[in-house]
Design a protein around this ligand. Structure first.
Ligand code: ADP
Length: 365
């Protein structure tokens, strides 16, 4: 989707991916096959590009710094990424900037972690420091027994966090250009699937969030990007507690699922904003196009091949004003993000109801 946005602005795009059938390869013919941590593959990519960016953060910042030393521009930079890709280091960066978030410590031993958990209070959250997504790499321990049961064999690569008893999860997309100027999108509510770890739907603006809380959430987003000297578009996930606290959960150094609604519902989509910010172009307005917007993820219902054609037809018949995005991933898997539906409405609640009608029609056999 970033490649689409870049092409619309007249840029030629080359993709690096291990899978020649990856969705981005359907957008551009310029393709380097390889792992994003393979120095040769990175070098080949760099030969084709003036500016490099990424769509996931499972990279090795040190490898990227070698490419930067050869004169290629990478946004976000390897320095920024080195403060983000490890969730524990990320927390430390935010803590040093005075941004409120849960307590977090590396895992050393069961004894030390049990002691911390007693101090903070059970439950606690065990998190893989690298490579987690959609809740893979997050374990909740509600008691010393559960802590023992959930203890990871590669514990050196994990951290433990204070459990935040949030009443809802918020998210903000924000961009920072090469000149340091910023643009912030509306604060959204992100509603998770029943298992609690995967984004299911997003409502914009977050229903019932007051002006002061909205400004506080936006200010946390900007401070978080500045704390890592980020350039590009960032997704900032937040916890909102019953007593009105807003805490940072994590930051994604790229366009994010909770910003997909911007594609059809804001003046500038998050993908175009990302391209504008890394290419030194002026950032675009972030306003919503109406009183509310919603996004419903199309999560795979089973493993195997799946044709989207009749689902798209059903959804568009049920809700003609909906916008369906199907990513063209080669295989579906239960719970995998295969696409999403965007809908504008007079309010976020109304938009969400309509998006759910379109989604229900999409999956109906
Ligand atoms: P991922 O990168 O896999 O999405 P997250 O850190 O966002 O991992 O965690 C996934 C989900 O787990 C969050 O959306 C939230 O619902 C829950 N979670 C994560 N950290 C905490 C925490 N400290 N306290 C309470 N719930 C948490």
């Amino acid at each position: 989707m970033s490649a689409h946005a870049a092409q619309r602005l007249g840029f030629k795009v080359t993709i690096l991916d291990p899978d020649p059938e990856c969705p981005a390869s359907q957008v551009t013919p310029f393709f380097v096959q390889g792992q994003h941590i393979d120095p040769d593959a990175l070098y080949q990519l760099a030969r084709h590009c003036d500016i490099i960016t990424l769509e996931h953060e499972w990279v090795d910042p040190e490898q990227l710094s070698i490419i930067e030393e050869k004169g290629r521009e990478i946004y976000p930079s390897s320095k920024t990424l080195s403060l983000i890709v490890d969730k524990y280091i990320q927390r430390q960066s935010f803590c040093a900037a005075g941004i409120p978030g849960p307590e977090c410590e590396p895992l050393y031993s069961v004894e030390k972690t049990t002691e911390l958990a007693r101090q903070w209070g059970f439950p606690v959250v065990l998190k893989a420091r690298h490579g987690g997504y959609d809740g893979y790499g997050v374990r909740i321990a509600r008691s010393p027994e559960e802590l023992l049961r959930e203890w990871p064999s590669d514990f050196q690569n994990w951290c433990v966090e204070e459990f935040i008893d949030f009443d809802r999860e918020l998210a903000v997309m924000a961009a920072r250009g090469r000149d340091g100027k910023t643009a912030v999108y509306p604060v959204v509510e992100s509603i998770q699937t029943i298992d609690g770890h995967r984004c299911d739907t997003v409502c914009a603006p977050a229903p019932g969030l007051g002006e002061e809380e909205t400004e506080r959430a936006k200010s946390i987003a900007i401070r978080a990007i500045e704390a890592v000297d980020g350039i590009g578009l960032f997704g900032i996930e937040l916890f909102h507690t019953k007593d009105g606290r807003i805490l940072i959960n994590e930051m994604a150094p790229r366009p994010h699922n909770s910003g997909h609604y911007t594609m059809d519902c804001c003046v500038t989509s998050q993908f175009e904003q990302h391209i504008r910010s890394i290419c030194g172009l002026r950032l675009g307005p972030t306003d919503l196009l109406s009183g509310g917007a919603a996004m419903a993820n199309l999560l795979g219902s089973k493993t195997g091949d799946f044709s989207s054609t009749s689902g798209v037809a059903r959804a568009l018949t049920a809700v003609p004003q909906s916008h369906i995005h199907w990513y063209g991933k080669s295989k579906t898997r239960k719970g995998r993000k295969m696409g999403h539906v965007n809908v504008l409405g007079s309010s976020p609640d109304e938009a969400l109801k309509t998006a759910l009608i379109a989604r229900e029609a999409f999956w109906r056999e």
